[in-house]
Design a protein around this ligand. Structure first.
Ligand code: ADP
Ligand code: NA
Length: 341
């Protein structure tokens, strides 16, 4: 079998929250720690995706810095994993252009994210930007430019992976002359359920939600974690039970407790809930806060050591950019030759 190349990305649009961690970032470090010696791991801060919506330049610079510090703080090792800002590696944007000359606009228009945006847009298409329409092509280029074999993603991203596979197969069919120029990647779906908002447990926890109490950031102090969980919306039913449909708030707390390392011993959320039957909601919230804090504490402490350490940050960014540039250049050369450029 060919050696694995694992690639994933996160937008540098704020300090990552617990949903990002349990849904994505924790799996990145686990993949790193369990990887075979010949596995390549590539993790990108996808800043070119962040500008598909308008960003304040100083805010974006700050977020890029914080996001890089967070990738180091969760335990990604820049010697073992390639960690880089997407815009430091021009091959991503260059491959995107070549691939966009093959991508069908009909297909892109049917992708859910675009459909949601257009159906909400009352002012017509004036405000809708081309970058937002075509970002799945950039996402495909991000993956394909590194000859990625495996992409760890959350459930919400499966559709885009399918698109990346079709782009790769389509390109090989048209330009490959029987050879595999681009590699169609496989999906590694994250095992964790979606983490829900603390203030509206029917919606996912998100960086963009206006209420900061809806999410727990990986930089939150113990007191803040406690107070956010204390205020978490639940329900007025008696006792504790695990039922994400009927009791989304309580079930979200059970999920958080279950996925925190302290409760690893339970074989399912239901089994954990059964043990909590006689516990009050208040006690469940406190227990969850303790478990979350235990998990977040080492990350938060390492983050505060790193984020203002320019030497560590600059060295990590430079090392990542160099490795990712090499990786991308090799694919781009092949692609350009295949197309006749
Ligand atoms: P956000 O939606 O908060 O802006 P991103 O879009 O940057 O976060 O997502 C980064 C990664 O985190 C993706 O792999 C995504 O699937 C995952 N993710 C985001 N929110 C959640 C959540 N609430 N629960 C689980 N995973 C999530
Ligand atoms: Na998102």
């Amino acid at each position: 079998a060919r050696p694995k190349v694992i690639f994933s990305g996160i937008q540098p649009t704020g300090v990552p929250h617990l949903g990002n961690y349990l849904g994505a970032l924790r799996q990145w470090t686990r993949l790193q720690d369990e990887a075979a010696d010949d596995t390549t791991l590539i993790y990108s801060l996808v800043d070119l995706h962040a500008i598909t919506i308008r960003q304040d330049p100083n805010q974006l610079r700050q977020w890029k810095k914080e996001s890089l510090a967070m990738l180091l703080a969760i335990g990604l090792d820049p010697k073992r994993s390639t960690i880089f800002h997407q815009s430091d590696v021009p091959a991503h944007a260059e491959l995107m252009w070549i691939l966009s000359c093959q991508a069908s606009t009909g297909y892109l228009g049917r992708m859910t994210q675009w459909k949601d945006k257009t159906s909400n847009e009352k002012d017509g298409s004036e405000k809708l930007k081309l970058g937002l329409f075509s970002y799945p092509v950039l996402q495909a280029a991000d993956i394909l430019v590194h000859k990625t074999t495996h992409v760890p993603v959350g459930h919400d991203q499966a559709q885009h992976l399918e698109f990346a596979r079709e782009v790769a197969n389509g390109f090989n069919h048209v330009f490959g002359q029987g050879k595999e120029v681009l590699v169609a990647p496989e999906t590694l779906i994250s095992p964790a359920r979606r983490v829900m908002s603390l203030t509206d447990p029917t919606a996912k926890m998100s960086k963009s939600h206006p209420n900061p109490k809806s999410r727990i950031l990986l930089t939150d102090s113990e007191d803040i974690i406690k107070s956010k969980l204390k205020g978490a919306v639940t329900d007025s039913l008696d006792g504790i039970s695990y039922d994400p449909e009927m009791r989304p708030g309580v079930s979200n707390l059970i999920d958080l407790l279950y996925h925190s390392s302290a409760e690893d011993g339970y074989e399912s959320q239901e089994a954990l809930a059964k043990d909590l039957e006689g516990v009050s909601l208040r006690a469940l919230k406190e227990k969850t806060a303790e478990a979350v804090d235990m998990q977040v504490r080492p990350i938060r402490e390492r983050y505060s050591e790193i984020v203002e350490n320019r030497a560590i940050m600059e060295a990590a960014a430079a090392e990542g950019a160099e490795k990712a540039t090499k990786s991308g250049a090799a694919t781009l050369k092949k692609v350009k030759r295949a197309v006749g450029l």
